[in-house]
Design a protein around this ligand. Structure first.
Ligand code: SF4
Ligand code: SF4
Length: 324
């Protein structure tokens, strides 16, 4: 016989509880869920899990050989964009893998910028002047903003390239210079791989590195590690106690979590968020229409990082962000 599932309602946020998922549950057998409050952000896994780099900390272990998720075509993205207008989406995000490995990327941005603001998360190693010029054209032609979020994981080539691979620092920093010269204010994201007390001097060093290529007032976002995928081996996996429980969500403002206001469209279905791409618990439905009605399950230990730090995926300040 199936038991009725209890529902807890702290404030306006309904949290249903379901039988345990694959993650450690701290001795409990239930998993918290977060309902979609509104579909404000739509994310696209536009280059699947294919990347020209193979970073040591990649939480979905992307690489040139990882074809678990394939590129999305311009037509596939356009179909979801059309659906998104009806669903009230306010902004669009493109991630991967490396989005600029997708040969349709510029066309996809052209389509997107007709209906809303767009952000591309990139390693900036595939941004020659020709591509930067086209991005600037697209930005000028749109009434909406085009943001570039560039990942750099250190203030020297030695520090960054130990994580992101040889030559990646030089190429990314040079691309930031080209973006700045073209009028963009890229958001520089970096995973914290240093002790807390080193954060201020690290941010100062970032300022200097970026100023040296003409980006004088950088937007810097420091991200916490997600201890899944490659990062679980590079540093450490989550401890058993690092998991979200129903009790932990009782007074928690769930609208801090990306899954309360976003969905991720891939070439093979719709997920709760980009973080849980490798987990079947993150897959919500085949279509966007269906996925908006399905709550996100906080079944994986990566959810603990969101719980501690809030909306780490958004352009807005989260874990630590400096905008000068
Ligand atoms: S962290 Fe980003 S750039 Fe590095 S392998 Fe993963 S998707 Fe590619
Ligand atoms: S990883 Fe974060 S955004 Fe994704 S379902 Fe878990 S809490 Fe929500």
């Amino acid at each position: 016989m199936t038991k009725a599932l209890p529902t807890v309602r702290p404030g306006d946020h309904a949290i249903a509880v379901l039988p345990a998922g694959p993650a450690a549950r701290n001795g409990t057998d239930i998993v918290p869920e977060v309902e979609l409050r509104a579909l404000d952000q739509l994310w696209f896994q536009v280059s699947g899990t294919v990347c020209n780099l193979r970073c040591q900390h990649c939480f979905i272990s992307c690489s040139p050989e990882n074809h678990s998720f394939w590129f999305m075509s311009r037509d596939q993205v356009a179909a979801s964009l059309a659906e998104s207008v009806r669903l009230g989406v306010k902004e669009y995000y493109f991630t991967g893998g490396e989005p600029f490995m997708n040969r349709d990327m510029l066309g996809i941005l052209e389509d997107t910028l007709q209906i809303g603001p767009a952000t591309v998360l990139t390693n900036a190693t595939l941004l020659p002047q020709r591509v930067v010029d086209r991005l600037a054209e697209l930005s000028r032609a749109s009434r909406y903003t085009l943001e570039l979020r560039v990942s750099i994981d250190g203030v020297t080539a030695d520090m960054n390239d130990a994580i992101r691979g040889p030559g990646s620092f030089e190429r990314a920093v040079a691309a930031v210079g080209r973006l700045a010269a073209a009028g963009f204010l890229p958001i520089i994201t970096t995973m914290q791989s240093w002790p807390d007390h080193e954060t201020d001097p690290m941010l100062q060093d970032f300022h200097q590195v970026l100023a040296d290529v003409g980006y004088d007032r950088p937007r810097l976002k420091v991200l916490p590690p997600l201890r899944i995928g490659s990062e679980a081996s590079r540093d450490r996996p989550y401890d058993e106690a690092e998991a979200v429980t129903v009790d932990m969500m009782a007074e928690y403002p769930s609208d801090l979590l990306l899954c309360s206001s976003a969905r991720l469209v891939t070439s093979t279905g719709v997920w709760a968020c980009p973080i849980l791409l490798d987990y079947s618990s993150g897959r919500l439905a085949d279509t966007l229409d269906e996925a908006v009605a399905v709550p996100a399950r906080l079944a994986e230990q990566a959810c603990y990082t969101c719980w501690v730090n809030g909306a780490i995926c958004s352009n807005m300040p989260g874990f630590a962000m400096e905008q000068t």
